[in-house]
Structure formats: C-alpha cells, structure tokens
Design a protein around this ligand. Structure first.
Ligand SMILES: Nc1ncnc2c1ncn2[C@@H]1O[C@H](COP(=O)(O)OP(=O)(O)OP(=O)(O)O)[C@@H](O)[C@H]1O
Length: 422
C-alpha cells in the first residue's frame, strides 16, 4: 500500500506553509560551508530541519490547489504524497539530548568564530512584488562555528540527518518525470494540445523550488560526507573555481556524441569554442554542464535537420564566452534554420517539442531526470532557464528564421542574489 498523509499531518503542513521560505545565496552557502566543524554541520541541520519543511509544505499546498482538475491526476497525487512524507520524516526526526554547555555554545558561539554572512540582493528573475526571502529572515542561516571538541551525540545526529536527506533526495529523483506524466494524463483527459498559462507558471514555480530544495539537500550531504577529505576548490557541490572552458569542452563532446549516435553520423556538426584563458568563477558545475549540454544538443539537432543527415559537412556552431564585471555570458550560435517568431513563446513551455514521437513515459519509468538521448520532452529549454535564473542569471533566445538561432546564457558572477522563491 502506498503511503498516504493523515489528517493531522495535513494540518501541520498547512501551518508550515504559512511561513515564507528563506532564500540563500550562492555566496552564503560557500561562507557557511568553508570549514564545516561538527558544530557548524549541526547548526546547518537545524536550519534545514525548519527550512526544508517550510518549502515542502508550500509545494504540498500548491499541489492540492491546482486548477482544472490537474491535481486529480494519479501521478500528481503520488508526487504530493512524496512531499508530505518527506515533510513528516524531517519534522519528526528526534533531536539529540544535549547538555547545557553544548546548547549554550551552539546558541552563542564565540564572536570571532561566528562571522556574519554577507547580505543577499534580490534575484533579478523575481518580479517586483515577489518576496525573495533574502531580507531579515536570512539571518537564520548562520555562519560557521570554527571550534571543535563537540560531544559525540552531535556527530551521530549529523550522520543520521544526512542519511535521512539522502533517502529523501532519492525518493524525489523521479519527480520531474512523474509530474510530466501527470501533465500528459491531464492533456489526454482534457484533450488539450498545450498547457495554459496558469499551469505553465505552476510548473515554473514547482521546478524552481525543486532546484532550490535539491541544492540545499545536495549541499548538506556533500558537506557532511566531505568533511574529512575536502577537494581544495569545492565547498559541497559548489566549485569556487569552476572552469568554464573545461565544462564547455566536455558539453560539446557529449552533445556531439549523442548527436552522432542518434542520427548515425560518422562525424557530428563541428562546434568552435572561443573562451578567455583560465576563466573561472564560483558556480555549481553540475548546473552549468546541464544548461550547456541541453542548448548544444538543440543546436546540433537543428543543424542536422536543416541540412540533412546525409551531408558530409555542416555549418559550424560557435560557442563564444565573454567575461564581464557582472555576468559571464555564453552565446551559442547555430545555423540550424532558426525558429518562427510565432513559435518562440512556445519553446519556453513545458512539453513543447517539434520531435514527432515523444518518447513514451510508461508508469514504471523511473529515471532520475530527463536524460533524454537527443530530444523529445520539451523540457530542455524551460528547465535550463530555471537553472540560470536560480543563481541570478538568465537564458535568452534570439532567432533568425531561415538562418539560425543565438542562445544567450547569462551567468551572474557576483553570486550574492538570493534564491528566487515564491
Ligand atoms: N537552436 C535551435 N534551433 C531551432 N530550434 C530550436 C533550437 N532550440 C530549440 N528549438 C526548438 O524548441 C523546441 C523545444 O526545445 P527544448 O530543448 O525545450 O525541448 P526538446 O529539445 O524538444 O526536448 P528535450 O526535453 O529533450 O530537450 C525544440 O523541439 C525545437 O523545435
């Protein structure tokens, strides 16, 4: 029998959903995790044991109030139950029994080791009225406590907490695919070709929130497991010296490989990379790889389909990377024939694709994410744009129908903007 939330649990969820989430910036995550002592990790777990339930509760509430019967789809209910179950696990985890001295040290760490975190700025992707959660609230996200010699209960609790988060993260792996199934189910039942604006904005909010939740969870697990053997340039999953050229080269290679495989080509269309030497900045390499791979795959597909798979030579796609004070911008220019102006708004909608046969998502489909071979779900662009916006960047697309497309990936290098939360 699948797990179902009880009445009292749903009441508790409603209560938590009345609190706003707290946005954290990339910079703060790095300051927090620079020297994760047992005390620091414990305080991080205290922060997360409040913050994650708040974020999960908002999603449960929203999944319960979806328009036009979307919430009745069985896949959507399944996802809602995962969120509620994870909420329950975190809020019901037993707290360690600590002596007064330890409690005092955790509450009032010595001044020198309890540095204040830098302030957040509003994330540019938030609308004017949106609460970016970066104000007074963010003080709850404390800085590190350097000193050591903590009682063993603390380290034990940290391990248990991190293991619980690993379980939760695994439970939520299939969320994107399962929600996509729910949308498919809905489109079939309601005989809709496209989703309307309210569902589109729900999906944007929902997936953006998922990126944030997974960022906090992934960061905490990595900090806990890395505390003994830390890679010099890494704080959790954040790389303080993300090498843009290396990631771009890797993404080009992967996209070309997938393209050769898909179209049975001996040699995929070439990609030329222009990137300043030794360009590094603070970012999550996994996010950047994802965005680069998705956009490059789109360009290669467009080039092959425009010029024909039987061609021996294709026009070269250019990747140009520029370093500004505020942004690092990556432009991907292809000669794949572009997109009609009327179709531009559609490329940002979920489930829009010009692939004829969208790969079937059968009910047992359990992949952790869309590791789509070439294309077909219509999630590549909208999800990549959320990743870009999550840390204050953006993804834009300008096309010349009949010639090609330029995709601009702006990455904010100031790293002080708060997560865009709603
Ligand atoms: N560089 C491009 N040139 C021409 N058309 C493009 C380009 N990039 C995207 N498109 C169009 O936008 C559509 C949506 O792209 P998107 O990346 O969101 O989904 P997809 O590639 O179809 O599927 P997937 O979810 O596997 O990425 C594509 O199907 C294609 O028609």
């Amino acid at each position: 029998m699948a797990w179902k939330p009880s009445e009292p649990l749903m009441k508790r969820i409603s209560h938590y959903a009345s609190f706003p989430p707290t946005g954290v910036s990339l910079r703060q995550m790095v300051q927090f995790g620079e020297k994760p002592s047992t005390g620091t990790l414990f305080r991080a777990s205290q922060f997360l044991s409040e913050e994650l339930p708040v974020r999960l509760a908002h999603r449960v509430e929203e999944l319960n109030k979806l328009p036009d019967g979307l919430g009745d789809m069985s896949s959507i209910q399944k996802v809602r139950d995962w969120y509620a179950q994870s909420f329950e696990e975190i809020t019901e985890m037993a707290k360690p029994d600590l002596d007064k001295g330890t409690r005092d040290r955790l509450l009032n760490p010595p001044k020198k080791s309890n540095q204040k975190l830098s302030n957040n700025v509003r994330n540019p992707s938030m609308n004017k009225n949106g609460d970016n959660g970066g104000g007074v609230n963010s003080r709850r996200y404390f800085a590190a406590i350097d000193d050591d010699n903590w009682p063993p209960e603390l380290a034990d609790h940290n391990k248990k907490f991190s293991r619980m988060l690993e379980n939760i993260k695994r439970r939520h792996d299939p969320v994107v695919t399962t929600v996509a199934q729910g949308i498919n189910e809905y489109k079939r039942k309601r005989q809709r070709m496209q989703i309307d604006a309210s569902i589109q904005s729900f999906l944007d909010r929902f997936y953006m929130s998922r990126i944030g939740i997974r960022m906090l969870i992934g960061q905490h697990i990595a900090l806990t497991t890395q505390s003994n053997h830390r890679h010099p340039n890494y704080v959790g999953i954040i790389c303080t010296k993300t090498n843009v050229r290396e990631l771009a080269e890797e993404a080009i290679e992967n996209a070309r490989f997938v393209c050769e495989d898909h179209y049975g080509l001996f040699d995929a269309p070439k990609v030329q990379l222009f990137c300043p030497k030794d360009l590094t900045f603070m970012y999550v390499p996994g996010h950047l790889s994802h965005m680069l791979f998705e956009t490059l795959k789109n360009s290669l597909r467009a080039v092959v389909e425009r010029h024909g798979a039987e061609k021996e030579e294709f026009p070269i796609t250019k990747v140009i990377i520029a370093e500004g004070k505020e942004d690092i911008t990556i432009k991907i220019s292809d000669e794949g024939g572009g997109i009609a102006r009327s179709a531009i708004p559609l490329v940002w909608t979920y489930m829009y694709t010009t692939v004829d046969a969208t790969p079937e998502l059968d009910p047992g489909f359990n992949a952790s994410d869309f590791k789509a071979p070439m294309a077909g779900f219509g999630y590549g662009l909208p999800i990549s744009r959320l990743y870009a916006r999550y840390f204050g960047g953006d993804l834009k697309l300008i096309s010349m129908e009949g010639y090609g497309t330029d995709v601009y990936l702006h990455l904010n290098r100031l790293s002080s903007s708060s997560e865009p939360l709603q």
